[in-house]
Design a protein around this ligand. Structure first.
Ligand code: AMP
Length: 215
């Protein structure tokens, strides 16, 4: 099954993706993670995209689609994967559709994760990420055992630069302008599965697994 996770920053796409990976063995592809790893490793792509990411702006479509095509071609994804954070513009979706058609492949479902903006701002204010393994926490909702230390690998927990309040407001603005039109784009293709992620996570996962007919 090939899935796209669509939703605003801070809507919990990453957590849902981790759960789908652990429980249903989906390969998790996050363009945000791939970009961050390019920045960390100071690759030519990383140097090119750093300023966009720190400002909370979108990386240009051509660079993004090139990255995704490369992963899809060389990454051994098989046919059971989920894309988290891609596509984020109608242009990316169109280019991606062309790419999939050229491989005689198609997306099976687009999970549209909904959370109101106020809750997103509160969630992102408390989000902490492990500098070493990328695991995420939330203070105070899901804190680590010891302050600023990752439970899984003892790495240092930090707040992402793009999670500060001004950048978050900018990211939400971009989401509503550039990414939200994709709901309509995929609705027309009969692919949208709506999920409200403002309630209890266990209930959200039950709802999602039933709608995707998993397990
Ligand atoms: P995320 O981890 O998904 O919140 O993404 C973090 C940042 O990576 C975004 O604010 C963008 O700067 C960049 N990014 C991730 N995915 C995309 C995409 N599909 N198109 C453009 N920029 C992206």
């Amino acid at each position: 099954m090939r899935i796209i996770l669509l939703g605003p920053p801070g809507s919990g796409k990453g957590t849902i993706a981790d759960e789908l990976h652990e429980r249903f063995s989906f390969v998790h592809v996050s363009t945000g993670d791939l970009f961050r790893s390019n920045i960390k490793n100071q690759t030519p792509l990383g140097l090119e995209i750093r300023s966009y990411m720190e400002a909370g702006s979108l990386v240009p479509d051509e660079l993004t689609i090139r990255l995704v095509e490369d992963v899809m071609t060389n990454g051994n994804l098989g046919d059971h994967f989920l894309l988290d954070g891609f596509p984020r513009t109608v242009r990316q979706a169109e280019l991606f559709d062309q790419f999939l058609t050229s491989r005689s492949e198609k997306i099976d479902a687009v999970v549209h994760v909904y959370v109101p903006d106020d809750l997103i701002k509160e969630r992102l204010r408390g989000r902490r990420v492990c500098l070493n393994c990328g695991k995420t926490y939330h203070v105070p909702a899901h804190p680590p055992e010891y302050a600023d230390v990752c439970n899984a690998c003892t790495g240092l927990l930090i707040q992402r630069k793009d999670d500060n309040a001004d950048v978050v407001a900018h990211r939400l603005e971009i989401y509503h302008k550039e990414t939200a039109p994709l709901v309509d784009y995929y609705q027309k293709r009969g692919l949208i599965v709506d999920i409200d992620n403002s309630g209890k996570f266990a209930d959200v996962m039950l709802d999602l697994s039933a709608k995707l007919k998993l397990g």
